[in-house]
Design a protein around this ligand. Structure first.
Ligand SMILES: [Zn+2]
Length: 280
């Protein structure tokens, strides 16, 4: 109930300050990327959004139009959530509030059997896995303050899309975390391409993810490429969309050659294919 009260009290201020006749109500599934364009009066600048305590950058499209990509985490509870939009006109700060109604993703489940030692980790391996988790989180917490991506996102490898995003996995009969990326089956050594322009912020060999590359596209957007045979870039490199960054492998905990492709947008784990379809 509380969230409804919050929305309606903000709506009152939206009515007195906003531009649109009524608040937008946007439906979005768990794990989706919402692409939102808003028109403003001339002279508006510094537009940003706030959604689930995350600051959402809006980018200028034309003199009066701004757009944003908003990520819905794959585990975000279904139901309405306010999206506050704030901007400046002269010295004045203005805002309005819209609603994003989160719909369940209807993800499947998958049972996998792996050697016992790859599922029940010994203390040394568990310590390694925890260190690696912390390392990758540090990378996610420092996205560049500059947008590097431009135009459409491309699918990084040609192959069979396995549709495993959001799957709840049973590993040797135990329920595990949701699968946070999409798997694309492809032959060993197929080239893996950067989905868009960005900076290589992580190259490493991880217990679960194997040889991995993470690209920071700037302002809170990352794409991840796991289970590579090898990476062909190093940390700090700037890459262009379509540039080769590695080769398909089956390193880490993988049952066969494939690319695990992931995306993170303002801390939300989203389906990378939703990036491809939402940015035209
Ligand atoms: Zn995967």
């Amino acid at each position: 109930m509380k969230s409804f009260i919050f929305v309606s009290s903000l709506l009152l201020s939206f009515l007195s300050e906003g531009l649109r006749a009524e608040a937008l109500s946007i439906k979005a599934k768990q794990g989706e990327v919402v692409s939102l364009s808003l028109k403003f009066e001339p002279g508006v600048r510094l537009v940003h959004g706030i959604f689930l305590n995350q600051k959402i950058p809006f980018f200028k499209k034309s003199a009066e139009e701004f757009f944003a990509l908003i990520g819905i985490d794959m585990a975000q509870a279904p139901g309405p959530q306010p999206l506050e939009v704030v901007w400046r006109k002269g010295e004045e700060v203005r805002r309005e509030v819209h609603v994003i109604d989160v719909i369940a993703g209807a993800f499947g489940t998958e049972a996998i059997t792996l050697p016992k030692e790859m599922v029940d980790l010994d203390p040394t391996t568990l310590a390694r896995v925890n260190d690696e988790k912390a390392q990758i989180l540090r990378v996610f917490n420092q996205s560049e303050d500059q947008r590097r991506w431009e135009g459409r996102f491309l699918v990084p490898v040609e192959g069979k899309i396995l549709g495993t995003f959001g799957f709840r996995r049973m590993l040797n009969g135990q329920l595990r975390n949701q699968h946070s990326g999409e798997d694309i089956g492809a032959p060993l050594e197929t080239s893996v391409l950067a989905s868009n322009d960005g900076k290589i912020v992580l190259v490493g060999d991880f217990y679960f993810n194997g040889h991995s590359v993470v690209i920071d596209h700037g302002m809170g957007l990352f794409t991840m490429y796991f289970h590579l045979l090898s990476a062909t870039v190093k940390e700090g490199d700037l890459v262009k969309r379509g540039e080769a960054i590695g080769l398909v492998g089956k390193s880490g905990r993988a049952t066969g050659p494939h690319l695990h492709w992931g995306a993170r947008l303002n801390s939300a784990r989203v389906n990378p294919f939703s990036l491809v379809s939402s940015v035209k």
